[in-house]
Ligand binder design. Sequence first.
Ligand code: TXA
Ligand code: MG
Length: 316
Amino acid sequence: MKNIYSNIIKFNSKNLIKIINILKKDGIIGLPTETVYGLAGNAYSNIAIKKIFKVKKRLKKNPLIVHYYNLSRAKKDVLLDVKFNKIYKKFSPGPITYIVKKKNNSKIKPLACGNLKTVGIRFPKNKIIRTLLKKLEFPLAMPSANKSSGVSPVKPLDVFEEFNNKIKVVDGGISKIGIESTVLNLVGKICILRPGIITPKQIENVLKTKLKILTNQTILKSPGLLKKHYSPGIPMYLNKKKCPDKYAFITFGKKYPVTRNSFNLSRKSNLNEAAKNLYKFFRSIKKRGYKKIYVSKIPNTGVGIAINDRLKRASK
Ligand code: TXA
Ligand code: MG
C-alpha cells in the first residue's frame, strides 16, 4: 500500500535534487521557513505563479512575497535605498518583509506582485530554505501554504492536510516563530502593514522615527491585508474573562486555571511563546470539534501587537 504521507519529504541530498528539479520545472512545493510554511514557486515563471494562486484560491490582486538568498541577487530586481540598508543590516536574514520599488527590467513576473509597481521581498533565515535559495538561479515567490483566508501552517502535516495531500512538502519540523513575517512598507510613507515578531519599536529604534501600523483594508497598498484572515473557520470572541466548558478557551498567563477546554498560549506570559502556539492551537481546537473559541485578553505590546492583529482578523 502506498504510504499516504509520502508527500511529506525529508531534506536529504537525494531529495534536494528532486526539490530543485520540481522548482526548475515550474512546479510548486511546500517549504519550511522560520515564520510559517510557505508554498514556493519560481518568481520568474508565470506558470509557477499561476499554480500558486490556483491552489491557494487566492485573489489575483493579492501580491506574493519574493524570497531571496542575499542582497546582491535582490538588487537585480528591486531598487533599494539607505533606509532599507539600515534595517536590512539589523534584521535580515530573518522574519521581515520589505515593500520596495520594482525595477523596470525586473524579472519578477507582474502577476506575482498583483501588477503593482512595488514588491514584497524577504530574506528568510531557515537553513533549508537558504540552502535551496542558494542553489537556485531564481528567487521564490512564496505565500503561506494555506488556502486563502485560512490559518498559516506551522508543521508539515498542516500543509499536507490543507491541500489534501496534493502538494509535496519538505519536513523542516515545527516553525520556530509560528506567525508570519513583519511587513514593512518602504515606498512613500514608511509604515508597518503587518505586525510580526520584529516589533514596531525595534524598527523605530533603527530608523529613529515613529511608525504607524496601517493594517486595515482601507490602505489598498496591501490588498492582501483582508479583514477576515487567519481564520480557523469557527466563531471567535475576544477579551473574555471566562468561557463555558463546551467551548475552547485560549488564555495567556498563569492566572487562568488549567481545564480540559483551556489552551494556554504561555503560562509564563512570554509573548514569543504565545505567538508560536497561536496557530497550533487554532488547528487543534478545530480538530477537536469545538464550535466556538473564547480568547482572554492578550497584552497589546511588543509581539502582542502581532498576536492581537491575527486574533482580531480571525474573529471577523
Ligand atoms: O512569513 C511570511 O511572510 C510567510 C513565509 C512563507 O515567508 N509568507 C507570507 O506570505 O505570509 P502571504 O502571501 O501569506 O502574505 C504576504 C503579505 C500579504 O498580506 C500581501 O498583501 C503583502 O504581504 N504584500 C506582498 N507584496 C506586497 C506589496 N507589493 N505591497 C503591499 N503588500 C504586499
Ligand atoms: Mg498568508
